[in-house]
Ligand binder design. Structure first.
Ligand SMILES: [Zn+2]
Length: 209
């Protein structure tokens, strides 16, 4: 019975994975999401061990009652639905000036990668976030064979896109590292989103005056 249940699980998860991989808006999500089976260290309950991870809630969602804003922004960010100018312009099929970032002078389209990894307007927030990530990676080195888990230098040498995926929850070596990165990510999203709102309000006011 259990074998049959596991087989259905697997078939459904394979279908879901294929569906997600065919949607361009979910490209990041496809790379972030864990499609594997749940190991003992990652299981909330014994009955989850060996089941397909997509059958269960993502661990960061348990933070919903404590941090609704951060969790909501992270959900939107992971699924490519955060309403940045690039996304808004795409939706309304009006590219060009409307898709540009209003928060900096870098003449860049406001894509999610720009917002999370590049925009100079959030440089200070990004520094703080990355310090937290580095601290988590240093803590993960304690008590393990040197070179067996990712360190800060290795993290920094990943491509910017790959670092973005890790910041949005792609699996790391340890659950504790993922939890620390999750906290750093939610803090960044909440503060950067607030600062963006202020800048956009200033723009809107200046348009009227
Ligand atoms: Zn910018």
């Amino acid at each position: 019975m259990l074998d049959a249940e596991f087989a259905i699980d697997k078939r459904e998860c394979d279908d879901l994975k294929e569906h997600v991989s065919s949607m361009s808006t979910l490209e990041n999500y496809h790379h972030i999401k864990c499609w594997e089976i749940i190991s003992k260290e990652r299981a909330y309950a014994k009955t989850h061990i060996g089941r397909q991870a997509p059958r269960f809630l993502e661990p960061y969602l348990v933070e919903w009652p404590n941090d609704k804003r951060g969790t909501r922004l992270k959900i939107l960010a992971r699924s490519g639905q955060l309403l940045l100018n690039g996304m808004q312009a795409q939706r309304s099929r009006a590219m060009g000036a409307l898709s540009m970032c209003l928060c900096c002078n870098s003449d860049s389209e406001e894509t999610f990668h720009h917002f999370l990894m590049e925009c100079p307007a959030y440089h200070h927030l990004r520094n703080r976030r990355d310090q937290r990530v580095h601290r988590a990676l240093s803590a993960a080195q304690r008590g393990v064979e040197p070179g067996s888990v990712m360190n800060s230098g290795e993290f920094d040498s990943l491509s910017s896109y790959d670092r973005m995926l890790r910041i949005l929850g792609k699996r790391m070596d340890f659950v504790k590292t993922e939890e620390a990165i999750d906290r750093a990510c939610r803090k960044y999203l909440v503060r950067a989103w607030e600062e963006r709102k202020v800048i956009h309000e200033q723009w809107a006011n200046s348009e009227w005056n």
